[in-house]
Ligand binder design. Sequence first.
Ligand code: F6R
Length: 602
Amino acid sequence: MCGIIARIGHGDATETLLSGLENLEYRGYDSAGIAVQNGSGVKVHKTSGEVADLKATLDTRPSGNIGIGHTRWSTHGPPTDENAHPHTDTAGDVAVVHNGVIDNYDELRAQLQSQGHEFHSDTDTEVIPHLIDEYRQDSASTEQAIRKAIDTLEGSYAIAALVDGEERVYAARKGSPLVLGLDDDEWFLASDVPAFLDYTDQVIYLEDGDLVVLEPDSYRITDLGGTPVERPVDTVDWDPDDAGKGEYDHYMEKEIHSQPTALANTIEGRIENGTVSFDDLEPGKFADIDTVQFVACGTSYHAAMYAGQQLRTAGLQTAVIRASEYETSAGPIDESTLVIAVTQSGETADTLDAVRTAASHDAQTLAVTNVVGSTAAREADTAIYIRAGPEVGVAATKTYSSQAVTLTLLTQRLAADVPEATPVDDSEELLETLEDFPQHVETVLETSQARLLAREFMNSTSYFFIGNGLSHSVALEGALKFKEITYEHAEGFASGELKHGPLALVTEKSPLFAVSTGDADEKTKTNAIEAQSRGAPIVAVGPATSPLVDVADAHLSVPDTHPVWAGLLANVQLQLVSYHAATLLERSIDKPRNLAKSVTVE
Ligand code: F6R
């Protein structure tokens, strides 16, 4: 959570910092701030609220060629002006932005206060500029003081710091992401690439323990002992247009509508002569695996469930485990266990913890992620990318679709590798029909009646989503998306579970979305009728051929195709229902309350 940015070069930094922060707001939007160094002191501007609120407070833009910025998701202290970053030392000479959590801040704060340092916020971050200031008093250089300060910190951090009178930005990371962007005449540091993608696609993914010193014409990376380290320069293949809203009102709307393109990228080059191939997964790689465990959170967990269902059908011993429960629920893990971490951002703390636990038991680990160079991609034994392009809206949409498709292909690869598996009968048809899938998504987007239905059910008290087999996880995802951006009560269930409790909540004011894949829908039909006879309006979401359509009060239709793709098309319809319901309710679509996209705390 929290996004940080820094910029140093020859022109003015402020506009770059502000636009960069806007592209990082998916990481948190409780408060925003910048500090600019312009030769006459460090100037800090910060406020509670969003970057737009920060801009509104700046009558004239502060000018300076060096700056740092922050957008916050609160952990220590409420979202007030005082708790907004950057934080400074007592004299205001050192300014720091921070993403992460400093575990020993209580004792450091007490010690610094006893040495005369004045604190003005509730944050853990504020100890950092004071520590730097304290150590500067008896260090040969600021760089040395920063090394000492970092050495004193326990916890996780990506930090960037400015010091009055110095034409430099100092930065370091441990456990929180930090990327260096290299343009011709300016350097950037940020929590994520979209912060500076308008300016450069040349990046260095920094590693834990790296300390960076940026000057207008040079940069240096060293380890904490001061020894220079070499890091490769990568080219990011994301299009800068991917980072903006384009013609759409919201990022979420844009991202839902960009799914045909994103999916075409996901699929490209991965099916050759009727078989699945991934660049980094040579055939036979998984031959010695006997158990597969998926670990993930939220929407990624639902994508993992979708794949887990298919892998079980292929006869593989499979578990899909919520990453936050992994430590207590994983069961036996050894070198014949493959642990697949599904994480769009590659930075989710719970998922990273699960990967580390798995690795400590010698399991093989594989990250399925959207972000090249992310922590999950670097820490897992192997990474494969879903290639969805940057997703800014907090509610995951295109990344879910790309994850589910990538994982479905991976399932085919695993079934081919593992001797105990029985490749699914209709594998050929599955791969053949995938070719038309992006076009089918386009058809759903063009023909969907989701807005009409969202309007019709606007005054409901609860929204239920059911499905069985493959469509169970689609129902769970539909409910998650709905509650996340509408703030209305929504629940997803395995169809058969409805009668074991939830039916008590069903009334004529609780529409029920029944998801179908066109396969094994009879159970869902029976359970939908049970809800309907208690007054609930039923919406069938799936192919016209589904028996559910005969009994439903309304139908959100998807093209007839293989059940695996039909389930994902039904999900696109549900994304649209959530989006339209939330816009009709005038909710904050891209920045739902209390949430952030990249959840880097446990
Ligand atoms: C919901 C949503 C979250 C994420 C979850 C995991 O729309 O986006 O539930 O799916 O926080 O995030 P990643 O995939 O980055 O690990």
